[in-house]
Every structure is written in C-alpha cells, then in structure tokens.
Design a protein. Structure first.
Length: 127
C-alpha cells in the first residue's frame, strides 16, 4: 500500500452509446448504477469497491489486450451466463493456478474473468 494512496477510486471507460452501455453492464453483467449524470455524459457502475465510470465519447479505440479482469468464484457459471446472453466470449484457459477467459463489451473493449483459489485470511473470529 502506498503512503499517498489508499485505493483506486474509479476506472474511466469511454463509450459511444451511454444508454446501451448502461443497459449492458447492468442487465448482462448484473451490476447496478451508482449515479448517472445525463447532461455531462457520465455514469458510475457499481462493481464493488471500485466503480466503473462510463464517459460519453464520439469514438472509442479499444486496445488489443484485456482492459480489466473481473474475479468470479464460479468461472464456468460466469462463462455460461455470458454465452447465454449472447456475449462474444473466448474459451476458459487453465494456466495451472489461474483460470481465465476474455469477452467483449458493446464498444469492443476486451474484458476478462479470472478465478483462483483465494487464501483464507486468519482472523480472531475463525481461530
């Protein structure tokens, strides 16, 4: 942890169609809208501690690699649900200690899903 920074507050993602993107991130991925500023073209999507802030743009240029990874405790169920929703998904790849796959959002951004065994944190309650 940095002495200057506690966490990433938000991740910004430019989108060409705000309503389509809000619908996709909420309906397909199951996130919720934290806030939406229609006039200025911003919407924050609730994804846990760090929201994804969608920013209205005329044009976007998705990269050739994965932009961010979502963690899933059941990667095969996540893969199946995305396929059933008509999302373009790649096969699940087993890297030994990590499973992952990639998929694309409506603007063509490559997003990922990963799974790995989380270490149990020892606390007073589970001693």
């Amino acid at each position: 942890m940095s002495a200057l920074f506690k966490r990433i507050d938000t991740v910004f993602l430019e989108v060409t169609n705000m309503e389509r993107s809000i619908g996709w991130y909420t309906e397909v991925l199951g996130f919720s809208v934290r806030w939406h500023d229609v006039e200025n073209g911003y919407a924050a999507i609730e994804m846990g501690e760090t929201p994804l802030t969608l920013v209205r743009a005329e044009k976007v240029t998705p990269g050739s690699h994965c932009l961010l990874n979502f963690y899933s405790s059941d990667i095969y169920d996540a893969h199946k649900k995305l396929l059933e929703s008509g999302v373009q998904v790649e096969d699940v790849i087993d890297y030994g200690t990590v499973l992952s796959f990639e998929f694309k959002d409506p603007d063509g951004y490559i997003l990922g899903v990963c799974y790995f065994e989380e270490e149990q944190v020892t606390t007073r309650e589970n001693l």
